[in-house]
Design a protein around this ligand. Structure first.
Ligand code: ATP
Length: 271
C-alpha cells in the first residue's frame, strides 16, 4: 500500500540525511545502485524490504539516459560502497541496478559494467518504472517520472512496462519560466522553485507548464484504461503538482513521500 511505501521512503530519506551509525546486521541484505541524472544513490534493505542504509552523491554521470562519465560513476559508487561496508562491518558483493525504460541492450550493458567495475556482482537490471512499482506495491497503473529535462510515462500491466514514452518537458522548464519572469538566473530560479515558502510567488507561473505535462500524459495514455497515476522523480516534489495533474487528466494521482527515492528503493528490493 502507499502508506507502507511512504513509511519506507521516510526511513530511507532519514538514513541518507543522517550520519550513518554502525549497525549490526547479520541477516540478508539486498542492495541497489541507482545511476540517476543528478544523483547516484546506494540503498540497502533487509529481508523484510525495510531500508537499513542509504547514501546519495550528486554527480552528472548520466545524461539523456546514457552513461556519459564511466570513470566518474565508478569512483562515486566505489566510495559509497566503501562507506556502506564500513558501517555494516562486512563486504557487500551483490547489487541490482536499473535503467530507463526503453534502454537498448548495449546501453544496458554499459550500466551493468559500471556497477560491476565498482566491485559488485550484478544480480538484476530492472527498468526504472518497474522498480518504482515494486515500492508502490502495484502491478498495473501509470508511473509518471517527472525529472529535470524530461517526463517519462510508463504503463504497467502485470508488473511489466507495456508502453513507455519520454517527452522533453520537466522541471527545467518550470525553472526557466520562473527565471524569465523574475529576471533571475536559472540557478536562482531552481532554488526558488524548491523553496516551499516561495510557493505563492511561483504557482501562477508554473501551472501552465504543469498543464502542458498533463496534456503530454493524456496523449500517451488515451488508449489505456488506467485509473491511477503514480508520480515519481524530482519534479513531483513541487507542491500541488498532484492537484493540477489530477484536474487536467481526470485521473486519481498518487504522490508518495520523497518521489526521488522511489526508484532507488525499488532497485534494492529487486536485488
Ligand atoms: P531527467 O529525467 O531529465 O533525466 P533527472 O533524472 O535528473 O532528469 P530527477 O533527478 O528525478 O530528474 O529530477 C530533477 C528535477 O527535479 C530538477 O528539475 C530539480 O529542480 C527538480 N527538483 C528536485 N527537488 C525538487 C524539489 N524539492 N522541489 C521542486 N523541484 C525539485
Amino acid at each position: 500500500s502507499i502508506e507502507e511505501a511512504n513509511k519506507k521512503l521516510k526511513t530511507l530519506a532519514q538514513l541518507i540525511e543522517d550520519k550513518p551509525k554502525v549497525i549490526k546486521q547479520s541477516g540478508e541484505i539486498r542492495v541497489g545502485v541507482d545511476l540517476g541524472t543528478a544523483n547516484l544513490v546506494l540503498t540497502a534493505v533487509d529481508d523484510s524490504n525495510n531500508p537499513i542504509l542509504g547514501f546519495s552523491t550528486p554527480g552528472t554521470v548520466v545524461r539523456d539516459g546514457l552513461v556519459v562519465d564511466y570513470i566518474g560513476a565508478i569512483n562515486i559508487i566505489k566510495e559509497m560502497k566503501k562507506k556502506m561496508e564500513s558501517v555494516l562491518g562486512r563486504e557487500i558483493e551483490i547489487a541490482a541496478t536499473a535503467v530507463p525504460p526503453g534502454t537498448g541492450a548495449r546501453d544496458i550493458d554499459t550500466f551493468k559494467n559500471v556497477v560491476q567495475s565498482s566491485g559488485f556482482e550484478v544480480s538484476n537490471v530492472v527498468d526504472e518504472p518497474s522498480a518504482a512499482a515494486t515500492v508502490l506495491g502495484i502491478k498495473d497503473g501509470i508511473v509518471v517520472d517527472i525529472g529535470g529535462g524530461t517526463t517519462g510515462i510508463s504503463i504497467l500491466k502485470n508488473g511489466e512496462s507495456l508502453y513507455t514514452a519520454d517527452e522533453p518537458t520537466g522541471g527545467t522548464h518550470l525553472s526557466l519560466v520562473i527565471a524569465g519572469n523574475y529576471k533571475i538566473s536559472f540557478a536562482e530560479a531552481e532554488k526558488m522553485k524548491k523553496d516551499s515558502t516561495q510557493e505563492s510567488k511561483i504557482a501562477i507561473l508554473i501551472t501552465p507548464v504543469i498543464e502542458k505535462i498533463a496534456t503530454i500524459i493524456n496523449k500517451h495514455i488515451s488508449n489505456y484504461d488506467a485509473k491511477t497515476i503514480y508520480l515519481v522523480g524530482g519534479t513531483s516534489n513541487v507542491k500541488g503538482i498532484e492537484k493540477v495533474l489530477a484536474q487536467s487528466t481526470g485521473l486519481e494521482v498518487v504522490k508518495p513521500f520523497h518521489p526521488l527515492l522511489v526508484t532507488p528503493l525499488g532497485i534494492a528490493m529487486n536485488c
